[in-house]
Ligand binder design. Structure first.
Ligand code: AN0
Ligand code: CP
Length: 318
């Protein structure tokens, strides 16, 4: 593997999932693979899981880790090409990426959607710039449109907890008053489309995700109908894609509680975290036997380790 920006960089999904499960059983089997190499973790936005699990995975592989909150620890980065830099950004991404590329063997980046200009967000400009100007492999720690390390951890979790060959997986929109990106939902759909599952997506009208991510999933606007017989219920809020970045409704009747989960087939509840309790999901679910959210978060370490291992192996073969 060269870069890890989306599922399109994955050669064999089953191998990658197995790689995560093997890393979980024996975390230090490859502790010499990253020796004398350095990974840079660049955060343009907040993080708990991504930051700690990626650092841990890198350390398990023997990598040195450098971490930076871009714009807070460092200079603010200008991303537009050809502009007169007389604003608040002191450094251009062209120099910054090239310099970081000299210090690091792998560069991992978190940069959320701004939710103002859909075309701009969906072009994933900053990831392309870092790829181009650093000359190093780039790993997506959540971009404007995708969160592939989360999706891989979700695949590992479903693989571990499924009781059927072809489980029913329902992605449900949850209420929130703030506009959140579509990245986690997009990515989850994209990866589930490559798994042997029956995928259903449910949300209020106006919240349809981009068709290229929905793929062959069935879209049902009636949440209760969608939940019937589900084995896994994956909750996430996202803002509108059509009316880009807008909160069209804050319909709190979309919250997941035990009455909703009772419609499932002994279904498990999944969420990438962080989650707002009793607004998106009731305490009784998060504190009960149905919740897989901590197992999912734990699997972030193994998804990151599987991906970093493939990139390091790829560098050895160059
Ligand atoms: C982010 C999002 O929705 O994309 C990160 C999730 C992993 N969530 C929030 O901003 C609350
Ligand atoms: N799920 C996830 O990516 O969490 P953080 O935003 O805390 O990294």
């Amino acid at each position: 593997m060269k870069n890890f920006l989306s599922i399109h960089d994955v050669e064999d999904l089953n191998n990658l999932i197995t790689g995560g499960i093997i890393a979980k059983r024996n975390p230090f089997a490859d502790q010499l693979l990253g020796k004398n190499k350095t990974i840079g973790l660049l955060f343009f936005n907040s993080s708990l899981r991504t930051r700690l699990s990626t650092q841990k995975a890198a350390q398990n592989l023997g990598l040195n880790v450098m971490m930076m909150n871009v714009g807070q620890d460092s200079w603010g980065l200008e991303l537009e090409e050809g502009v007169v830099m007389n604003g608040d950004k002191a450094e251009h991404v062209k120099e910054a990426a090239a310099v970081i590329g000299r210090y690091c063997d792998i560069i991992a980046i978190r940069s959320f959607a701004e939710l103002k200009d859909r075309e701009k967000d969906y072009a994933e400009h900053i990831f392309q710039q870092f790829k181009k100007y650093s000359g190093r492999p780039v790993v997506n720690l959540e971009s404007a449109t995708r969160h592939p390390l989360q999706s891989l951890a979700d695949c590992i979790t479903i693989e571990e907890f499924r009781t059927k060959q072809r489980p029913k997986v329902v992605l449900t929109w949850l209420p929130h008053f703030k506009p959140l990106p579509q990245a986690v939902a997009n990515s989850f759909c994209e990866w589930m489309n490559h798994m042997d599952v029956e995928l259903v997506v449910t949300h209020p009208e106006g919240y349809d995700l981009a068709p290229e991510f929905v793929g062959k999933a069935q879209v049902i606007y009636d949440q209760k109908k969608a939940l019937e017989g589900a084995d896994f219920v994956y909750g996430k809020n996202w803002s509108s894609y059509q009316h880009y970045g807008q909160v069209l409704t804050q319909d709190y009747s979309w919250m997941i509680d035990e009455a909703k989960m009772a419609l499932t087939d002994n279904g498990k509840f999944m969420h990438c975290l962080p989650v707002r309790r009793n607004m998106k999901v009731a305490d009784e679910i998060l504190d009960g036997h149905r919740s897989l959210v901590i197992d999912q978060a734990a699997n972030r370490e193994w998804s990151a380790q599987a991906v970093l291992k493939e990139i390091l192996v790829g560098q050895l073969e160059e």
